[in-house]
Write a protein that binds this ligand. Structure first.
Ligand code: PRP
Length: 226
């Protein structure tokens, strides 16, 4: 098959994959293997030229940008951090659609017995653990709060419980993880949802394949919002 007639969509396993499936279905695309039961990383679909590749959420922008995939779905948090890691201007990605899926929020949380408001009022220097250093840096700078950022790759909730940090910046969805670890949300930094990202050259070369997909996704998102 002519490579210009194939389309590769990068998704991450879990919520993004699950919530993208109905959008694909609305575009007439059925993924033919279930990542829960299959170990394959390239999943075929009912459309001969269209395939899904499974990558880490944080790798989706990289795959799309460098041609490992033509388009992808990833959280706004991932896009902001990816852009910051590459100096902002460098990133060659289009973000044509907010899919409104995998909704959550980026928040600051602290142990229930830590008086965050007082610490901020007093100008204390806070130790903040997070995977989202660009978002945290920008947020605290805009508030004029001095912070020492501690980069972690997961289980942020543990940091204040072990004395590693005073606060965390993390994604909150149901709030159950915070609650289970006796942490409370003290600031909501931003709402997060997943975006469709496309490489500009892919859109140019494969516009005939990508545009109908964009339109079907957009219609499904609108229908969902009504
Ligand atoms: C995210 C986030 C929290 C949790 C919040 O982690 O980092 O730990 O979900 O969800 P809740 O409010 O519904 O409890 P995720 O499971 O995505 O894994 P990660 O730690 O690898 O980011």
């Amino acid at each position: 098959m002519n490579p210009d007639e194939t389309l590769t969509l990068a998704l991450s396993k879990g919520r993004i994959f699950d919530e993208t499936l109905p959008l694909l279905r609305a575009a007439g695309i059925e993924v033919l293997e279930d990542p829960q039961t299959s170990r394959r990383l390239i999943l075929p679909t009912n459309r001969p030229g269209v395939r899904v590749v499974l990558v880490r959420a944080t790798d989706v922008p990289t795959y799309v940008e460098h041609g490992g995939a033509d388009l992808g779905v990833c959280g706004k948090d991932t896009l902001i951090e990816h852009a910051a890691a590459w100096g902002g201007a460098h990133v060659g990605l289009l973000e044509p659609l907010d899919l409104g899926i995998a909704r959550c929020r980026m928040s600051v949380a602290v142990p229930a017995d830590f008086d965050y408001a007082r610490a901020v009022r007093q100008g204390a220097r806070l130790r903040v653990a997070t995977k989202y250093v660009a978002i945290a840096r920008e947020f605290f700078a805009s508030k004029g709060v001095h912070v020492d950022l501690i980069k972690l790759y997961g289980s942020m909730e543990l940091a204040p419980l072990t004395g590693l940090a005073d606060a965390i910046v993390d994604l909150v969805s149901t709030g159950n993880t915070l609650k289970a670890n006796r942490l409370v949300e003290v600031e909501r930094i931003m709402d997060i949802s997943s975006r469709l990202v496309v490489r500009p050259t892919a859109l140019k070369v494969k516009g005939g394949l990508i545009r109908p997909l964009l339109q079907a996704f957009a219609a499904a998102v609108r229908a969902d919002a009504d």
